[in-house]
Design a protein around this ligand. Structure first.
Ligand code: ZN
Length: 85
């Protein structure tokens, strides 16, 4: 891949698969094993535009009800000001 990191200028990237959390209007979609290129130096992750497009389209399908997601999880939610530790 012939590019440089926008953040640190490094030219070396590792191909990885990561868990991507898509968030829109306080709704979430978690997609596992999403391919990306990770900057070897600062760890910034880069995704192909068609990869992000696919995730966005899946999000719309799931939330419009035209598709059932593979799995549903319950996620705990906190307010920082209410944390006691
Ligand atoms: Zn970098």
């Amino acid at each position: 891949m012939d590019k440089i990191c926008n953040f640190c200028g490094n030219k070396n990237f590792n191909s990885k698969q990561i868990q991507y959390i898509y968030k829109h209007n306080n709704r979430f979609l978690i997609v596992n094993d999403v391919p990306c290129e990770e900057c070897e130096y600062c760890g910034e992750k880069y995704f192909k535009s068609h990869t992000l497009k696919k995730i966005e389209e899946d999000f719309l399908s799931v939330y419009s009800g035209s598709k059932k997601s593979r799995e549903m999880i319950t996620v705990p939610v906190e307010e920082f000001a209410a944390l006691t530790l």
